[in-house]
Design a protein around this ligand. Structure first.
Ligand code: PRP
Ligand code: URA
Length: 208
């Protein structure tokens, strides 16, 4: 059971256009990415469990819903860092983990170099974040790592997904829903999404 959700909200699409634009500076790129992740948080966190709680208003008791599950955001380094600020803006109580992966330039296979995850993943609603889903190798590997640390409920948030990456995730992890702002048709010979937005990490941190 695999689910792909494309966030089609006009504000999301407008900000994505800004990220794609090669004239956008790293400063503007960071700001837009953060805004995008705040907007997309509403969808990706839409199935969080809640429980009934009694709250006393100044007038009387009200039956309310409060979060019943810890939230954990896990950023794939480097580019996933750009999505954290916006997510933490709307869910400041969330814990944060990091998975360091880079793609081998020849094979395009992910290489692990860092893992630091909060405890209690098995009871948490875990959102793995990386702006780019290209071949899908990095996301599939990161989900595998999360599962090996006990995570049971995982969603994947990206900004642009290539069709190949969506297919790979569906095959490797059919239980993990994918949320994206756009789906692009192709990858070039170097594994970049076309049209995409270029190298997300480089554009975010100005390393070009
Ligand atoms: C980028 C991106 C993803 C990965 C996607 O990271 O942030 O992690 O590529 O490609 P895939 O779906 O084919 O695995 P990159 O390896 O360039 O590392 P960086 O963020 O450190 O620049
Ligand atoms: N990583 C990126 O940053 N961009 C792509 O298009 C593919 C992988």
């Amino acid at each position: 059971m695999h689910k792909l959700t494309i966030c089609r909200h006009p504000l999301v699409q407008d900000k994505l256009a800004c990220l794609r634009d090669k004239k956008t500076s790293p400063q503007e790129f960071r700001r837009r990415m953060s805004e995008l992740s705040s907007l997309m948080a509403y969808q990706v966190l839409g199935t969080l469990k809640t429980q009934i709680a009694k709250v006393s208003t100044p007038l009387q008791a009200a039956s309310c819903q409060v979060l019943a599950q810890p939230v954990v955001f896990v950023a794939v380094l480097r580019a996933g860092i750009g999505l954290l600020e916006g997510l933490l803006h709307v869910a400041p109580e969330a814990k944060v983990g990091y998975i360091g992966l880079y793609r081998n330039e020849e094979t395009l296979n992910p290489v692990r170099y860092y893992i630091r995850l909060p405890k209690g993943l098995n009871k948490s609603y875990v959102v793995l974040v990386d702006p780019m889903l290209a071949t899908g190798g990095s996301a599939a590997e990161a989900v595998q790592i999360l599962k090996s640390y006990g995570a049971k409920q995982i969603s994947f948030l990206c900004l642009i997904a290539a069709r190949a990456g969506v297919r790979r995730m569906a095959q490797a992890h059919p239980d993990v829903p994918v949320f994206t702002a756009g789906v692009d048709a192709t990858l070039n010979r170097k594994g970049y999404i076309v049209p995409g937005l270029g190298d997300a990490g480089d554009r975010l941190f100005g390393t070009f």
